[in-house]
Structure formats: C-alpha cells, structure tokens
Write a protein that binds this ligand. Structure first.
Ligand SMILES: Nc1ncnc2c1ncn2[C@@H]1O[C@H](COP(=O)(O)OP(=O)(O)OP(=O)(O)O)[C@@H](O)[C@H]1O
Length: 255
C-alpha cells in the first residue's frame, strides 16, 4: 500500500523555563499507509498529542522530517501549511469547537467556503449529505446550544470532512462522550475509513483503538511498541472481542 504520511527522526523540545528544556519527542519515526486507521496510545504525558500535532503540521518539530505524500511539511511557510491543512487534512478534537453564532450546517460548510475551491452550492450539498450520513440532518439549522455532545461531535466530523481530506487526525475525539455516543462516533469513523480516508487518532481508550488497523504505543516520547490488527469490518467483527485482545497487549506494554 502507498505511504501517505512519513515522519523521520522527529524531536520536539519545549522550553520549560529560562534554564530548562524538556524533550518530549525523541527521534520518532513512523509511516502511515493510505487508507490505514492508526491509533496512538500511551500513558498521560508520553507525548501523544505532541506527536499528532507534529505529524499533522499543527506544530513544528524541533528537528526531523514530516512528509505528506511528496510534500515536506517542515519546509513550508505558515500560509502554505495552513492551506495544506485546509485542503488535505481534517481535524477532530475532544471538544467539537463549533462556533456559537452559526447553526450546525453553517459551521460544517465554513471550511469549504474558506478553501474557496468549489461553488457554495456544491459545498452546501456536501454538507447536507454529510449530515445525512452521520444521522443529524434533523438539526442542520439548529444552534449548537440545542445539540447533544454526541451530535456536536458528529457535526465536528462533518466539518472535518467538508473538503474531502485524504487524512483525518483526531485527538481524543470521543474523550468527552458517553459510551453510546462513543460507539456511534466510532462507527462513523470506521465507515469513513472504509471509504478510503486515512485516520490517525490519539486515544486513551482501548474501545477506540480496537477499531484501528494498527496501534502505536508511546512511552516517554518514543514509540515503544506497535500492535497490528486485522482490518476492522463493522459488518463482521465484534469490536468488544478485539478490545479484549488489545487490552492484554496494552497491559504487557505497561498501560
Ligand atoms: N506547549 C508546551 N510547553 C511545555 N511543555 C509542554 C507543552 N505541551 C506539552 N508539554 C509537555 O510535554 C509532555 C507531553 O505532552 P503531551 O500532551 O504530548 O502528552 P500526552 O501523551 O498527549 O498526554 P495526555 O494523555 O495527558 O494528553 C508533557 O510533559 C507536557 O507537560
């Protein structure tokens, strides 16, 4: 399978105070194939979010290389990087971060209007289609204050997909949801992945990682282990059984 994302020897150092630096990523290398679903797990403070930000161009590593297909992210200007993120990447976070003064549909289409590559009609129809696919068409015109956490997170997924990204990054996207909303959001992510979008998620939750093709386990700023799983098929597979097997590996890793 063709590699979509490649990181080579990434280091990230933060200045802690005047005299001290803290090295959060230590020589991390990884590769993600097009269409793959990768989960990044590990203890709190091990560097998962820092790694996600470094490989998605949301932050710059102190050293090392990050490539999305042929594009070397670390050589791009801020404007070039922002344009690349807008057109080729989607992002979801623990909180939906939707704008309060816009209805759900307007929140979703906004990055499409910003990218300015297609007519507003085309973007609006895609927004409506995404709302339908994620089961929230009925709240398209609602204010975000009238939606549940699970509905808001589905809307955030629609917003992340509006520009048809090649790769979707998530930082604890189900971290604030109850278990039934988590399962619904995970089904949506699995179906997005099944249609070819690459997915890379940071999670503490083995339920989430159970859907991935591969789990990377971070410890003290490096990848300490890697756990490949069979491609998840929502029609055939029971993710609870996968979660149990994965949990055994995670506990061997010291999680
Ligand atoms: N902007 C920053 N400045 C200084 N230190 C930071 C900064 N961001 C993160 N760190 C430190 O880097 C380390 C790794 O943080 P990071 O958020 O990447 O870990 P994590 O594995 O995602 O943790 P968690 O699971 O708790 O979210 C932590 O010690 C954190 O305090």
């Amino acid at each position: 399978m063709k590699t979509i994302l490649k990181a080579r020897n990434i280091n990230k150092t933060y200045a802690q105070d005047k005299n001290n630096d803290i090295q959060v990523l230590q020589d991390v290398s990884l590769q993600v194939d097009r269409g793959e679903f990768v989960a990044i797990m590990g203890p709190s403070g091990s560097g998962k979010t820092t790694l996600l930000y470094a490989i998605s161009g949301m932050d710059r590593p102190t050293s090392g290389l990050v490539q999305l297909d042929e594009k070397e992210l670390t050589t791009l200007s801020e404007d070039e990087l922002a344009a690349l993120r807008l057109s080729r990447m989607g992002f979801i976070f623990q909180q939906s971060n939707l704008l309060k003064n816009l209805c759900i549909l307007d929140n979703i289409v906004l990055p499409g209007y910003k990218a300015n590559k297609e007519s507003q009609d085309v973007i609006c129809s895609r927004g409506e289609e995404l709302l339908m696919q994620t089961g929230i068409s009925n709240i398209a015109k609602n204010s975000i204050t009238q939606a549940s956490g699970g509905q808001l997170q589905r809307a955030a997924i629609c917003r992340a997909l509006i520009n048809k990204p090649d790769i979707l990054f998530g930082d604890e996207p189900t971290g604030a949801l109850n278990s039934s909303a988590t399962a619904e959001v995970l089904d949506i992510l699995a179906s997005i992945n099944a249609t070819g979008t690459t997915v890379v998620l940071v999670t503490h939750d083995a339920k989430v990682a159970a859907r991935a093709d591969r789990v990377l386990f971070m410890m003290d700023g490096h990848i300490a282990g890697e756990y490949p799983q069979e491609k998840y098929d929502p029609e055939k597979q029971d993710w609870k059984a996968r979660e149990e097997v994965l949990s055994v590996w995670l506990s061997k890793m010291g999680f």
